[in-house]
Design a protein around this ligand. Structure first.
Ligand SMILES: NC(=O)c1ccc[n+]([C@@H]2O[C@H](COP(=O)([O-])OP(=O)(O)OC[C@H]3O[C@@H](n4cnc5c(N)ncnc54)[C@H](O)[C@@H]3O)[C@@H](O)[C@H]2O)c1
Length: 329
């Protein structure tokens, strides 16, 4: 008896990494899975073969049910076909997990228009497009729906990834909007800040050292450790299940063996006026009120880069560790 018996899941980015781990684990809990992938490398260039078939084989060899879908998550046409394939093949569509993504890291002053557009399109539109067609089905059925979108701790301000950080914070707003819009149809929608050693994180200093030394890449030795991509999947199973019907509009971190719930943004100070602010008065008042005692932003230090930390606000390192490389997602 699986936790997701009778449910149908569509998993994007299911060919490798955390998408594969998610698809395999959902299937092991009884979900029928559409494993959806375009078959590209980390920067989005097409691979000779799309390894999504291996994901399907793993599921079938373990006695589960799955089919592969080849397509681009940022295409409206492919998204409609993917959701339609799930409904035509299995009769319904209950769970959508958006994990597909690419990286094109560059500092803001060097970033090209294409690097910006492609990363934002694949991550952000790549959540919108599948969700739109899932939502049409969920609204018609009014029975059950689960959206889980893989965002990232980089949403909090990874300095070398303005495109990725913007897209990942966009995903947070998107999942919250969807949570509010679809609650009346018994649909939940949440964002996940995951973490694991995958080919996506095989881009940092630890990986460069491994290549120089001729030793395995971090992702090749992650199995069974805190960096195993399968570590995220049990939380995804819970959030996809009927037991999580009250959990929506939230952000979770699922990296390693510690799961975390983020606090919603809240107003921490108010500066009240009963008329429009006079600029001189505001310059006088703001430093003594709203902005009093704010620690200065320190930016990312060399030690943070080595530790894989994402962003330093005041003295606090936010959203990164543990990531044993400077590459990061
Ligand atoms: N690995 C980490 O530590 C980490 C941390 C934070 C967030 N994330 C996010 O988690 C998700 C999964 O990361 P991963 O490390 O498993 O990545 P990965 O590179 O191992 O896998 C990404 C998958 O997405 C697919 N894909 C890319 N573009 C696509 C498109 N247009 N249409 C369909 N499929 C496409 C790729 O072919 C690949 O199979 C990503 O969204 C990533 O940004 C990862």
């Amino acid at each position: 008896m699986g936790r997701l018996d009778g449910k149908v899941a569509v998993v994007t980015g299911a060919a490798v990494g955390m998408g594969r781990a998610t698809a395999v684990t959902l299937a092991s809990e009884g979900a029928k899975v559409v494993a959806w992938d375009l078959g590209v490398d980390v920067e989005g260039k097409p691979l000779a073969d799309n390894p999504v078939h291996e994901t399907v084989e793993i599921i079938k060899n373990a006695g589960g049910e799955a089919i592969a879908f080849h397509g681009d998550v940022s295409s409206m046409e492919d998204s409609e076909n993917a959701i339609g394939t799930a409904i035509d093949t299995y009769g319904q569509m209950d769970i959508l997990i958006c994990t597909a993504g690419i990286l094109r890291e560059r500092m803001i002053f060097n970033m090209t228009e294409d690097e910006w557009d492609d990363v934002v399109r694949i991550h952000l539109k790549g959540c919108f497009a599948p969700t739109k067609f899932a939502a049409i089905h969920w609204r018609q059925r009014r029975e059950y729906g689960r959206l889980l979108a893989f965002s990232s701790g980089a949403a909090l301000g990874s300095p070398g990834q303005p495109n990725y950080s913007a897209a990942k914070m966009g995903i947070v707003g998107f999942t919250r909007s969807t949570a509010n819009a679809l609650v009346r149809y018994n649909v939940t929608s949440n964002a996940i800040f995951p973490g694991a050693a995958t080919r996506m994180t095989d881009r940092g200093l630890a990986s460069q050292k491994a290549i120089r030394d001729g030793t395995p890449l971090p992702s090749e030795t992650a199995g069974g450790t805190e960096r195993d991509p399968y570590n995220n999947a049990p939380a995804v199973v819970f959030l996809s299940s009927p037991e999580a019907s009250h959990v929506s509009g939230r952000i979770f971190a699922t990296s390693g063996w510690t799961y975390k719930l983020y606090k919603d943004e809240e107003i921490i100070r108010n500066l009240y006026s009963d008329k429009q602010w006079d600029i001189d008065e505001l310059f006088e008042t703001l430093p003594k009120t709203l902005f009093q005692g704010l620690a200065p932003l320190q930016g990312q230090t060399a030690a943070d880069v080595t530790a894989g930390n994402r962003v330093r606000i005041g003295g606090d390192v936010i959203g990164g560790a543990p990531t044993p490389s400077a590459g990061g997602a």
